[in-house]
Design a protein around this ligand. Structure first.
Ligand code: FES
Ligand SMILES: [Fe+2]
Length: 488
């Protein structure tokens, strides 16, 4: 029988001379950590598994998930490989313009439908020619003489919708799916500016970068001083006070963080960031009054690959860059056009779509000279810096090695909020109110403002949000101010 990690077994050799004992201890300490060990010691390991049947995977499946952009698919065009929650899928647009997304395995003998023919109102498997409509129904079996078209056999087709220029998939258990979500600018029929990038690591460590206020003043702007950033208020605030004071509340659908920079030139300025279940973030960049904030979604493709969706109104981009950085593009490390970094011919494997050229293999084009001259990382581009740092943790970070500090409060609280929601669904079938009541999240805001003296940070957010017409119930359900420690 084995023993628990870290617990020394009672050994016949324990009274032997020191050499034998030392050898035993060294071997134990260097035993490779197994997945079983991790799940016993890392309370958040559960959140990193998304495949069918896993608690977190089943939780994710109850939500509509963006999976692609509508413009990737042409009527009768080539089928495209897609991945979501550990499942290999194939997407296509039929002759009539309708989208279908299937398990990629043909229900006849499991050949991949990626190699199929998209023609005449359906997808035809190229092995024996079976034909499927977008609902997965078999419409033709040309390979069996006199064979009837069976009604029982179907390709495994998921519910699909299109809105905002996005293709959405529902992989959940309800016969009638919930409504499509409404999250800030991701609403109604508004066509959005969509940017997508593959991130080669687990979704959770990627998403945690969006809600980590502390890293901005280091990873992205550690090499910049207040005098380098001109009239850019937020960057002046960030670079003049690098330490943050952070508070977090649970909301009806996730977590909200507020932080200030007590040593900065504007210590009364608070910035607010939202996380919404399962994996939405509104990091916010500017003061509340400046622009509609960018909304991001992290699609877990499998446990070790994620697709980032960055969604904004078109005016949030200037010359292909975020408006936030457009005025300071000449700062070392900032200037990059993400479109120039996408790999060409990127549809040839399961992880090929929206893949970037800077990667672990080329050290993200790390330039040590640049690192010595004002680019804190030596890596060019804000998104690439985020990619480099979260992928450097390994495909799935082993959180038993972490030591969180006060600035990690939002990361820690969001993990707990997720775990609570996943466990609630697994045990009682309960899901967050925001899944069915989309009005709760319509006016969700991220951004910042000067909190008047004597006003509580949360009251200030409530005042700003209500003035903008946001639904106040988002803060009135499950409201817990989280000011204590960051441990698990
Ligand atoms: S495997 Fe697809 S038609 Fe036979
Ligand atoms: Fe970042």
């Amino acid at each position: 029988m084995g023993h628990t990690r870290g617990q020394r077994p009672v050994s016949a050799g324990r009274d032997e001379p020191g050499r034998a004992r030392t050898r035993l201890v060294i071997r134990m300490n260097h035993r490779p950590r197994t997945e079983m060990d991790r799940s016993m010691t890392d309370p958040f390991a559960k959140l990193t598994h998304v495949g069918p049947g896993s608690p977190t995977g089943e939780f994710f499946r109850q939500f509509w998930l963006p999976i692609a952009r509508s413009s990737e698919f042409e009527a009768d065009g080539a089928p495209i490989r897609l991945m979501a929650l550990g499942e290999r899928l194939v997407g296509f647009r039929d002759s009539g313009g309708r989208m279908g997304i299937f398990d990629h395995r043909c229900p006849h003998r499991c050949a991949s439908l990626f190699f199929g023919r998209n023609e005449n109102g359906g997808l035809r498997c190229s092995y024996h020619g079976w034909m499927f409509d977008v609902e997965g129904r078999v419409t033709d079996i040309p390979s069996s003489a006199g064979g009837r078209v069976p009604t029982r056999v179907r390709a495994k087709a998921y519910s699909v919708r299109e809105r905002n220029g996005l293709v959405w998939i529902y992989m959940g258990s309800r016969e009638t799916p919930p409504p499509l979500p409404v999250i800030g600018v991701v609403a109604d029929d508004e066509e959005l500016e969509i940017q997508m990038w593959l991130r080669e690591c687990n979704w959770l460590q990627g998403m945690e970068g969006d809600i980590d206020a502390a890293h901005l003043a280091f990873l992205h702007h550690g090499g910049h001083d207040p005098e380098d950033v001109g009239e850019h208020f937020v960057l002046k605030w960030v670079t003049s006070g690098r330490a943050v004071e952070t508070k977090v509340v649970n909301t009806a659908g996730g977590t909200m963080e507020g932080h200030r920079r007590p040593e900065s030139f504007a210590p009364d300025y608070w910035h607010y960031t939202q996380q919404l279940l399962p994996s939405w973030t509104i990091p916010g960049q500017n003061p509340f009054e400046v622009e509609e904030p960018v909304v991001r979604f992290w699609l877990p493709m499998d446990d070790t690959h994620s697709m980032i969706f960055q969604l904004s109104r078109p005016r949030a981009l200037v010359d292909g860059r975020s408006a936030f950085h457009a005025g300071v593009a000449e700062l070392p490390g900032v200037k990059v056009r993400m479109a120039d970094l996408l790999q060409p011919n990127n549809d040839q494997d399961w992880y090929g779509r929206w893949r970037l050229t800077p990667s672990e293999e080329n050290n993200y084009f790390l330039d040590r000279d640049a690192q010595a001259k004002g680019n804190y990382t030596g890596v060019q581009g804000i998104q690439i810096q985020d990619k480099m740092i979260t992928e450097s943790m390994g495909p799935v970070v082993d959180r038993t090695h972490e030591h969180l500090s006060a600035s990690d409060l939002m990361v820690s609280r969001t993990r707990r909020r997720l775990l609570k929601a996943v466990d609630a669904y697994a045990t009682t079938g309960d899901l967050p109110a925001t899944l069915d009541d989309t009005e709760l999240t319509r006016g969700l805001m991220a951004g910042g403002g000067h909190v008047p003296e004597g006003t509580d940070w949360l009251q200030y957010y409530r005042d700003v949000a209500e003035a903008a017409g946001a639904d106040p119930r988002i803060l009135e359900s499950d409201l817990v101010e989280a000011t204590e420690g960051v441990g698990a």
